[in-house]
Ligand binder design. Structure first.
Ligand code: BDR
Ligand code: CA
Length: 313
């Protein structure tokens, strides 16, 4: 087997972030060098705590977890307790984590890791607002050409917005950070709502997870149940979109997904459209492609992968 792909997961857990982290930890194709927490779905003290809870649940107290930026670059933090609950991980009560947070700032960990590891060997996987990643790129511009790829969840084109009519949450919370990342010249793969709204859970899938009979399976099922209540009432769909696991699934099995190499710009000024990902899907400008913007997923295979990998934990 090929040596595992080295990744850093930058995250604001979040139930769907949690499922993404479990997927990564259950997958031998990936080596999680560290998890960096950022403020997003809930404030930083909760996102870093939740990251530790998830790793303990997976029996992986060895994973390095760092706390990062506690607010967006220029704006007041917007959170999403209305989706994720007060703790960010509502749905099941888990023990207070005891594994320690690493000393040092997440941004420095990202910079030091990219400088230490061979150029082109580390992939960044942002699952929340892009504050940590943009701060690292501003503080140490030399890291940009060393990043293998950034595979992120954020944005939308056909599905437009979920936190405002025009913007997706991760990009809306810190649009200036997103702008820096989208213009950094780093290979970018974007999982927008256009694809994650096709990665809809089903009752049978959730019950299958529960039937695994493991702690990880039970927790993932309970998180999904909690998360679903918001989305099913909002969208009238059968299940909930599992946004963030799309990022990790792409790293393991890219052929599950389809998309287009296009130019994507971040709206920083619009009165009604702040944080919109203006995606040139129809290639109507000569803007140079800066992202692989994903639009399709093979849903059944995606969910089979999740069950199989979470089942290994
Ligand atoms: C994104 O926002 C968060 O609430 C989810 O964790 C996901 O990263 C979806 O818009
Ligand atoms: Ca997230």
């Amino acid at each position: 087997m090929k040596s595992p792909r080295k990744i850093i997961i930058d995250t604001d857990p979040g139930q769907d972030d949690a499922v993404a982290i479990l997927l990564a930890l259950g997958s031998p194709e990936l080596e999680v060098l560290g998890i960096t927490a950022v403020a997003g779905n809930v404030p930083l003290p909760l996102t870093e705590r939740n990251a530790r809870t998830i790793c303990e649940l997976a029996g992986r107290r060895d994973v390095k977890i760092f706390a990062g930026c506690d607010r967006p670059l220029k704006r007041k933090l917007v959170t999403a307790e209305h989706v994720h609950g007060k703790t960010g991980l509502d749905g099941i009560v888990l023990p207070e984590p005891t594994m320690a947070l690493q000393p040092g700032h997440a941004v420095d960990f990202i910079i030091e890791t990219l400088r230490r590891e061979p150029a082109g060997s580390v992939t960044l996987c942002p699952l929340g607002p892009l504050t940590n990643i943009a701060t690292a790129l501003m503080k140490a511009p030399d890291i940009a050409p060393r990043i293998a790829e950034i595979v992120l969840m954020g944005g939308a084109y056909f599905e437009v917005g979920n936190i405002t009519p025009a913007a997706e949450f991760n990009i809306y919370v810190d649009p200036e950070a997103a702008d820096i990342v989208f213009r950094a010249g780093v290979p970018l793969v974007v999982m927008p709502l256009d694809v994650t709204h096709k990665a809809l859970t089903s009752r049978a899938w959730v019950e299958g997870l529960r039937a695994l009979g493991t702690e990880a399976g039970r927790a993932a099922a309970s998180w999904t149940d909690f998360f679903e209540r918001y989305d099913t009432s909002k969208y009238g769909s059968e299940g909930a979109p599992l946004h963030d696991p799309c990022v990790i699934a792409y790293l393991i099995q890219p052929d599950l997904f389809s998309g287009r190499h296009i130019h994507v710009a971040i709206e920083l000024e619009g009165k009604h459209t702040l944080g919109m990902t203006v995606a040139d899907w129809w290639r109507v400008t000569d803007g140079e492609a800066n992202a692989l913007f994903i639009g399709g997923v093979r849903r059944d295979a995606f969910f089979d992968l999740l069950t199989e990998r979470i089942g290994r934990l």
